[in-house]
Design a protein around this ligand. Structure first.
Ligand code: TXA
Ligand code: MG
Length: 318
């Protein structure tokens, strides 16, 4: 496994070559690092599932270079076009009907007739997509069920030996995964995963949103209860900290005590907190504590996504 620090004159071409030959390249997006593979290659997509230890029934997000490329792979209605033109490139994923005759690997879509698509905003992701000239399937570059990587060193630690190249573009600015919206029903837009685009902003373009799935089976396996999990146990909505615990704080009023304290955002800003969440969970985990106390978070802005990830991280482990 090679790690190349960007900018570099040759890195993008080298990465594109590896992808076109069916290899795996971890790359930065504005949300988290992705584990890129050529989305039209069964062999490449199978290698990405294997590297993550991801169950084959959990489909991948297809990343595209340009909004105009998207209609080649999926069926867009007026709602999808409005959302795409408002928020792409950016931290939004749309689940749409797969276009008939699409050359995507059926492994990437887990054999479904729907596909999750996003056009990322990160310049490295965009350069890589342009150089490859085709769709890149990109799950987050972490072992299935664990915390997503927001710096290249997280990827190197988690997927050492399982990925051909890591493009190091520094820390991911948003820090949590994209918001996933299901548009496959004509009468409702469903939030399958809260994420880097705040619900309040989506509502201004799309109107009312339904939450989660009405289907008893998880529609988006990111909805599985235990996910995004550090090794330590989590205690949510903590207003005090026990001597043996670490504290993940939020805002200016922080209880004293505990082994170690990290503050997601001393000023109480949910955007700043999202950018810090995964790296701080990892650092607290590495401190060796058995339990992390997490202070209460607001539900506004990116707070909804933060609370979602923390609730999953706190869920009983499978
Ligand atoms: O920010 C992100 O979205 C990152 C970066 C790398 O783009 N990617 C990411 O991918 O988080 P992943 O594979 O970790 O999460 C993809 C989510 C999963 O919850 C998956 O179940 C859901 O999208 N998904 C993919 N295809 C779907 C489909 N056809 N229907 C419903 N959910 C789908
Ligand atoms: Mg993931």
């Amino acid at each position: 496994m090679t790690i190349i620090q960007l900018p570099s004159a040759t890195a993008i071409d080298e990465a594109a070559g590896i992808l076109q030959e069916g290899g795996l390249v971890a790359f930065p997006t504005e949300t988290v690092y992705g584990l890129g593979c050529l989305a039209t290659s069964d062999r490449a997509v199978a290698a990405a599932y294997a590297a993550k230890g991801r169950p084959a029934h959990n489909p991948l997000i297809i990343h595209l270079a340009k909004v105009e490329d998207a209609e080649q792979w999926a069926v867009f209605d007026g709602r999808a076009r409005r959302l795409a033109s408002a928020f792409w490139p950016g931290p939004l994923t749309l689940v749409l009907s797969l276009r008939a005759g699409s050359r995507l690997s059926p492994l990437a879509t887990a054999g479904l007739e729907t596909v999750a698509i996003r056009v990322p905003a990160h310049p490295v992701a965009r350069d890589l997509l342009a150089a490859v000239g085709g769709p890149i399937a990109g799950p987050s570059a972490n072992p299935s069920g664990r915390v997503s990587p927001t710096i290249a060193a997280h990827v190197a630690a988690d997927l050492a030996g399982k990925v051909d190249l890591v493009l190091d573009g520094g820390p991911c600015p948003v820090g949590i995964e994209s918001t996933v919206l299901d548009l496959t029903q004509s009468n409702v837009i469903r939030v399958l995963r809260e994420g880097g685009l705040a619900r309040e902003r989506i509502v201004t373009v799309a109107g009312e949103l339904a939450m989660g799935s009405d289907d008893p089976r998880p529609r988006s396996p990111g909805q599985l209860a235990s996910h995004y999990a550090p090794r330590a146990a989590l205690r949510l909505n903590a207003t005090s900290v026990e001597p043996e615990e670490a504290l993940l704080a939020f805002g200016p009023m922080v209880p004293v005590g505990g082994q170690v304290t990290l503050n997601l955002s001393p000023s109480g800003d949910t955007v700043e907190a999202a950018s810090n969440l995964y790296a701080m969970l990892r650092r607290l985990d590495e401190s060796g504590v058995r339990r992390i106390a997490v202070m209460p978070l607001p539900s506004e802005g990116l707070g909804a996504a933060l609370k979602d990830r923390l609730a999953r991280a706190a869920a009983p482990r499978a």
